[in-house]
Each structure stands twice: as C-alpha cells, then as structure tokens.
Ligand binder design. Sequence first.
Ligand SMILES: C[S@@+](CC[C@H](N)C(=O)[O-])C[C@H]1O[C@@H](n2cnc3c(N)ncnc32)[C@H](O)[C@@H]1O
Length: 172
Amino acid sequence: MKWNARWRDRADAALAAPHHPLVERVGKGPGRALDLAGGAGRNGAWLAANGWDVTVCDGSAEGLALAARRGLATCHRDLEALGLPHGPWDVIVCVDYLQRDLFPRFRDVIAPGGRVIFSQPTVTNLERNARPSRRFLLEDGELAGLVGDAMVEHLVEGWNEGRYEAHAVFRP
Ligand SMILES: C[S@@+](CC[C@H](N)C(=O)[O-])C[C@H]1O[C@@H](n2cnc3c(N)ncnc32)[C@H](O)[C@@H]1O
C-alpha cells in the first residue's frame, strides 16, 4: 500500500510527531485502547504514557514497525477488507482516517461504557490546505449523521492548528 513508502520515507518525522490534542479527552487509563489506522502510533504513544494498554491497528507494515519501536502492540489489518478488530475496547481513537462504514460497527467491538474519539478534516479544510484531497474529507456537518444515535459527549467543527476538522467523542 502507498502508506508503506510514506512511513518509510518519513520515519524520523513520524516518530517525532506530536499526538492529536483531541486524544487528551480520553484521560487516564487503565483499559484497552485501540489506535485505529494508527500508523506510526503518535496517538497510541500518548495513550500508553497515560496508562492505557494500547494496540495500534493499521494496514501499513512500515507504519506498524515504527509503532513497535515505541513499544506499542500492533495489529496488521486491512480495515476496508476485514472491518474492525475484535474487542472489547474501552477506547477507540481514530484520527485522520475516514471509513464511513465503520461507524455502525463500533458498537460491536466497544466495551460497555467505552468511547470513540474521532477527528477528520472536512471539505472546508480545502480553503487553506490542498491535502487531504476531496475524496478523503467529510462534508461539513456530516459527522453528526455518522455518529447517529450514539451518546455524544463532544461534537464540534472548526479550525484547529491550521486545519478545519470535525471532532467527536461518543459512546456507541
Ligand atoms: C493519515 S494516516 C493517519 C495515521 C494516524 N491515525 C495518525 O493520526 O497519525 C492514515 C493511516 O491509515 C492507514 N490506512 C489506510 N487505509 C487503510 C486500510 N484499508 N486499512 C488499515 N489502515 C489503513 C494508513 O496506513 C495510515 O497509517
């Protein structure tokens, strides 16, 4: 997959990348946390440092090799082909990965009372940033519909560190 070359070429930058600030809404562990499409594990690393038992799941072996260098457990999986990895997960973090058909499936793998933390740019992001390209972006206002009838703790859209993102924290 194309992400293997990207993670290989940017290994040093990936390992130095800060976590997404939304992840801090998770708070302290313990519990089982899934960093979904977590790549090199920048968000998983924050979770592990805050007491969570973290698995980084991704389709890129090169990304996961970097996550493993951080000491994180990994799960190599094509999410489009296979769907979500079996839980139960107390927390699922999904940052900068959009696969709409996963939303109705979160409740199958989340532990009772568990939460999903989700962030993705919307089309408004194109006003200032050429990437991600259009096909990877949410429509403005779309995330509320994807979250559906989940118990929503936090749902906002806006500019965040130069990117226009939709954020959600919800209990599926
Ligand atoms: C923009 S990166 C985000 C990585 C990480 N969530 C972060 O915030 O740093 C998107 C990630 O999605 C992964 N990915 C793309 N398609 C995938 C698929 N079908 N199955 C699993 N992972 C996939 C890529 O390998 C890449 O690591």
